[in-house]
Design a protein around this ligand. Structure first.
Ligand code: CA
Length: 236
């Protein structure tokens, strides 16, 4: 099993220590930075496999740290945010953060998010430039070439817009895609930040895909942030 280096960017020592011991106990190699400046220097020096980035840092806005990291590398970044940092969290995701976790979190939630982000990295490394042709999870398949969506073996008829939404999410399995990112992809740059049209389309998509649209298994809602497609083959 490879030893993954994980850079913890956190100014609160107590929290940093807790995360450090969770990671050590689970065979990761933790490294710690207490500020944005230190994080950028360390990321450059040690090339971590993943970065846990607290958004509230003393010297620099966490979103700014992310912006700079994204200029030169594609290391998975998991944003750690407080409950009142909704806006920064969404901004961080739009800037390319892979996922987020809200304080306070449990160790199993943290480890699950880390595993998912590392898996996405492995998948994107092994695929190289080739784009996958198909998505499959549980009874749902999306064939990107044929633009065909099936559930439990039967064809599902989606409108063009509905298909574009489903395809976009299915091309980023396990990742939360923000309302803005989806809306820009589907409708282009828009003039309103009202995402009602997206929610209406999602309701229709769920009626067509999900056994119980009120308890969706394929597309999860991340309150106030966006939607997340189930990881491939995560549903049995
Ligand atoms: Ca902090």
């Amino acid at each position: 099993m490879p030893e993954y280096k994980i850079l913890i960017v956190e100014d609160e020592e107590a929290i940093s220590h807790v995360i450090e011991s969770i990671l050590s106990a689970n065979h990761y190699v933790p490294l710690c930075a207490r500020s944005g400046g230190q994080a950028l220097a360390l990321a450059n020096a040690v090339q971590p496999d993943l970065i846990l980035l607290d958004l509230g840092l003393p010297d620099m806005d966490g979103v700014e740290v992310l912006r700079r990291l994204r200029q030169w590398d594609q290391i998975p970044i998991l944003v750690v945010s407080a409950r009142d940092q909704e806006k920064q969290k969404v901004e961080a995701l739009d800037l390319g953060a892979n996922d987020y976790i809200t304080k306070p979190f449990g160790s199993s939630e943290l480890l699950a998010r880390i595993r998912a982000a590392l898996r996405q990295r492995v998948i994107s490394l092994s695929n190289g430039a080739a784009r996958p042709q198909r998505y499959a999870a549980g009874g749902l398949t999306v064939d990107f070439d044929k633009r065909l969506v099936r559930v439990d073996g039967r064809d599902v008829h989606l409108t063009q817009i509905e298909y574009k939404i489903v395809e976009f999410l299915a091309r980023h399995p396990g990742r939360v895609m923000t309302y803005d990112a989806i809306m820009i992809h589907v409708w282009g740059p828009y003039l309103t930040d009202d995402n009602k049209i997206l929610r209406v389309n999602m309701a229709n998509i769920r009626r067509k895909l999900e056994k119980n649209p009120a308890e969706p298994q394929y597309i999860q809602t991340e309150m106030g942030v966006g939607y997340r497609m189930a990881e491939e083959d995560s549903l049995s």
